[in-house]
Design a protein around this ligand. Structure first.
Ligand SMILES: Nc1ncnc2c1ncn2[C@@H]1O[C@H](COP(=O)(O)OP(=O)(O)O)[C@@H](O)[C@H]1O
Ligand SMILES: [Mg+2]
Length: 368
């Protein structure tokens, strides 16, 4: 198995157009599962296809193991790619689909059989091997497509949105299967998705991308707890992070975030970072699970409670989403299932200010 390293990779498809991938440098360790996460069009597939050798970078270097592979054709890179649309041969059985690449490479028949049988066992598709793709469900087809990658025992597995064509339930199931597969075969994997839940649950590390750039490359928890900017904060997490625009004010030696209609006291540990913003605009960010109902909160104080309107309640079963509004902003709180205030009434909520984020309004970078 192998590490993969991208050094200042840029891809411009045609002259005059903006870069699809813009100066990306990331290192993927041996046996690591790294997720490339970002909205449609941000350059995820282009990055993956360059690692595969299906596209060539305009500039920069790609290493697989210690080998510079910029000029190595795809078939000689010893990687395997699994696509969203499976790309199975319709006239071949699952067995033949999985065996095909090995036969092309003139593997002995007994070796082919051994590898396909083993992969089928790992994926739980042994009983499906004689079926053609049209006789398989979406999830089963995706297993065959993954099996076709496994049999080659590649240095690196590349997945491009492999679960996007599956229904929601199957997606969750296959997500766990891929997770198990990674634990079992201990291979280096690079996994592309626009789905932040997939990224959070699968990735050892996540590279969050936007407009051809990697904004943050870190563990799922660090990306969640310490987003480098407003975009990352808003992209990761369901429901997304709440944002409010306002300014920092100073009163009797204390700092407050003043939203216009509500005001909350800032913790002293953030004073240094926020002093340059006194009387200046700033964006406040707080996750929905860091907003509590006053009636249930143990950490309420005079500085961190706000009175807001409860507009809508969404019942999730295990919890409720309260859609709340100030005179200027709407925001969401995730509260216990038993907590159901009257819609249209005022409620007193508590902000956990230890979890507050502040973002510069011009650069959108995190201030603290
Ligand atoms: N073969 C291509 N020729 C020209 N432009 C392309 C090609 N493939 C992708 N692009 C452009 O490059 C950008 C990144 O695309 P892509 O890597 O497919 O994004 P993602 O996979 O994140 O959705 C997009 O603006 C897309 O239109
Ligand atoms: Mg794509």
């Amino acid at each position: 198995m192998a590490q993969v390293s991208l050094k200042e990779i840029t891809k411009i498809y045609s002259k005059g157009e903006s870069a699809a991938v813009n100066n990306i440098s990331i290192g993927i360790e041996n046996k690591e599962l790294v997720v490339l996460l970002g909205p449609s069009g941000c350059g995820k597939s282009t990055t993956l296809r360059m690692i595969a050798g299906l596209e060539f970078p305009t500039s920069g270097e790609i290493y697989i193991g210690d080998r510079l592979v910029n000029d190595v054709p795809a078939k000689d890179r010893n990687i395997a790619m699994v696509f969203q649309n499976y790309a199975l041969y319709p006239h071949m059985t699952a067995y033949e689909n999985m065996a095909f690449a090995l036969k092309l490479r003139h593997y002995a028949k007994s070796d082919v059989k051994k590898r396909v049988t083993e992969a089928a066992q790992i994926l739980g598709i042994t009983r499906l091997l004689e079926r053609r793709p049209k006789e398989l469900s979406g999830g089963e087809r995706q297993r065959v497509a993954v099996g076709r990658a496994i049999v080659r025992k590649p240095l690196v597995f590349l997945f491009d949105e492999p679960l996007s064509n599956l229904d929601a339930k199957m997606r969750v199931q296959m997500r766990t299967e891929i997770h198990k597969l990674h634990l079992k075969i201990q291979a280096t994997m690079i996994y592309v998705t626009h789905d932040q839940t997939e990224a959070m649950t699968l990735g050892d590390r996540i590279a969050v991308m936007r407009d051809g750039k990697v904004l943050q490359f870190d563990t799922p928890l660090n990306v969640y707890d310490n987003p480098v900017n407003k975009f990352v904060g808003g992209f990761i997490g369901t429901p997304p992070m709440n944002f409010m625009e306002g300014k920092i004010i100073k009163k009797d030696g204390a700092l407050y975030f003043d939203e216009g209609s509500l005001k909350v006291r800032i913790l002293e540990e953030m004073y240094d970072a926020l002093s340059p913003y006194i009387e200046k605009p700033i964006t406040f960010g707080l996750r929905a699970e860091d907003v509590y109902d006053r009636l249930f909160a143990s950490n309420a104080s005079s500085g961190n409670t706000v009175i807001v309107m409860c507009d809508v309640i969404e019942t999730m079963g295990s919890e409720n989403y309260l859609y709340l509004s100030t005179n200027k902003h709407t925001f969401v709180a995730v509260v216990e299932a038993g907590n159901k205030p009257t819609v249209g009434s005022m409620v007193e909520m508590v902000f956990d200010m230890r979890k507050a984020h502040f973002f510069d309004q011009t650069s959108e970078n995190k201030v603290v």
